[in-house]
Design a protein around this ligand. Structure first.
Ligand code: FAD
Length: 417
């Protein structure tokens, strides 16, 4: 006998949890299961490179909901199980080491696995990734024996980890292959600011640095060799070089996609009654002029989950949420709204030297994103401008003495249709 549920959610992370929550909030009364390959109930991932790594937050405080919440709402939580195959004809999921599970509707919310280094030594002891609670617990267990850490990848996760490790008085080097950190997600002004901040905290930031291999001693990492043959001795390596979306079972089942599973504006895949959300979903995004992309943020996972829950309960509203994201490094709180990709102009509002400033991104005359560093007010007041992709005079915006909400009433443009 196969267990069968009206809705099966694969992936017990942010998107999977929110899909179950939103379905019950919307009075969906069918049977529901959430299958996850991690042993824990759904938990918040962002603190892994922040408070949890720093030891400032116990794991129990990361749980998205307590166990009783799921039991009360009759959501069957099935942790520690990996779905290895999907049969879209019989609507059955193969579960590694367990019984097959049938579904009426499938919501795929599997996020991604950390991209592995491709060089030799990538699998040595002492080489870590930062994606799951288990990753952080392993890293923390080794940390007392570690003096020097090399972080490979100058994206948000690598930089957040570097910031925390300096608090533990570790000697930290960050290697970034591009000529600036955060190159994939932000403009040069923000990159230069964070490079300077990390250097001021003693982090050795190396730009244009290409890794040749991880050096080994007694089966463990003992250094990172660069392409120019310089060796950076260390006892720990952290690879923060992005994720590979976990979509193989769906693609093998015939779903369209590649870098993520392709979904439409309602988050439907090309397979019948199969939906996908969160980091693994390649979707058309209105804030990128409809271009297909994957977003890796809690906001996107939660809002796509809600889009699907609505559609499954009779309200088919295309996904149209304003993208937002945050990052904490040292005492700096960055809040980002909109998508800066493809911007052709950046305007700095305020003085980065004051450690409270905003970078505004334009595509043509329109404001498409804001990176707000310790400027919560700009973030709160600027959201509406970005949501409307307003035409704002860049000179007016650069004047930090004028609140953004005043620009909103003065110069907001007709929202894009
Ligand atoms: P996830 O939360 O990753 O959940 C997917 C789950 O599915 C995982 O548990 C995975 O193990 C499981 N799974 C995968 N394959 C299978 C399978 N075949 N069978 C069963 N289960 C499977 N975002 C922000 O907005 N702000 C931040 O500050 C921020 N910081 C971050 C810091 C770190 C260290 C990390 C790793 C991410 C951070 N993010 C942040 C990104 C954010 O956490 C993700 O965008 C979000 O978790 C995506 O949710 P998801 O549901 O798509 O995937």
């Amino acid at each position: 006998m196969t267990d069968r549920f009206d809705v099966v959610i694969v992936g017990a992370g942010h998107g999977g949890a929110q899909a179950a929550i939103a379905l019950r909030q919307r009075k969906f009364e069918g049977t529901m299961a959430v299958i996850g390959d991690e042993p824990e109930l759904p938990y918040e991932r962002p603190p892994l490179s922040k408070d949890y790594l720093a030891g400032d937050k116990a794991f129990e405080r990361l749980l998205i909901r307590p166990a009783s919440f799921w039991a009360d709402r009759q959501v069957a939580m099935l942790p520690g199980r990996r779905v290895s195959a999907v049969d879209p004809i019989t609507r059955q999921l193969s579960v590694q080491g367990g019984k097959a599970i049938g579904y009426g509707t499938l919501i795929w919310a599997t996020g991604g696995r950390p991209r592995r280094l491709s060089c030799s030594g990538h699998d040595l002891a002492g080489v870590h990734s930062v994606r799951t609670r288990a990753d952080i617990d392993r890293l923390l267990a080794e940390l007392p024996q570690v003096t020097r850490v090399v972080v490979i990848g100058g994206g948000y996760i690598g930089l957040e980890a570097a910031a925390v490790l300096t608090k533990f008085s570790k000697q930290v080097t960050v290697l970034e292959a591009q000529n600036r950190v955060l190159a994939r997600v932000a403009g040069p002004a923000l990159s230069r600011f964070y490079e300077a901040e990390h250097r001021a905290h003693g982090v050795d930031i190396r730009l244009g640095a290409n890794v040749a291999c991880i050096e080994e001693r007694d089966g463990a990492a003992c250094g990172v060799r660069l392409a120019d043959n310089e060796v950076l001795p260390c006892e720990m390596v952290i690879a923060g070089i992005g994720i590979v979306p976990a979509v193989e079972p769906l693609i093998a089942a015939g779903a369209e996609g590649g870098n993520g599973v392709a979904v439409d504006s309602l988050c439907r895949t090309s397979l019948p009654d199969v939906w996908a959300i969160g980091d693994c979903a390649a979707h058309p995004n209105p804030y990128a002029d409809g271009a297909t992309l994957r977003l890796e943020s809690v906001q996107n996972a939660n809002d796509q989950a809600t889009t699907v829950a609505k559609a499954l309960t009779g309200v088919a509203e295309p996904y149209d949420a304003v993208p937002w994201f945050w990052s904490n490094q040292y005492d700096l709180k960055l809040q980002t709204v909109g998508l800066s990709l493809g911007h052709d102009r950046e305007v700095v509002r305020g003085d980065p030297a004051s450690r409270a400033f905003t970078v505004a991104y334009y595509r043509g005359p329109r404001l498409v994103a804001l990176d707000c560093v310790n400027t919560m007010k700009d973030y709160v007041q600027g959201r509406a401008l970005v949501a409307a992709r307003a035409e704002i005079d860049p000179a007016a915006l650069a004047d930090a003495a004028v609140p953004l909400k005043e620009l909103a009433t003065a110069g907001i443009a007709t929202p894009l249709s």
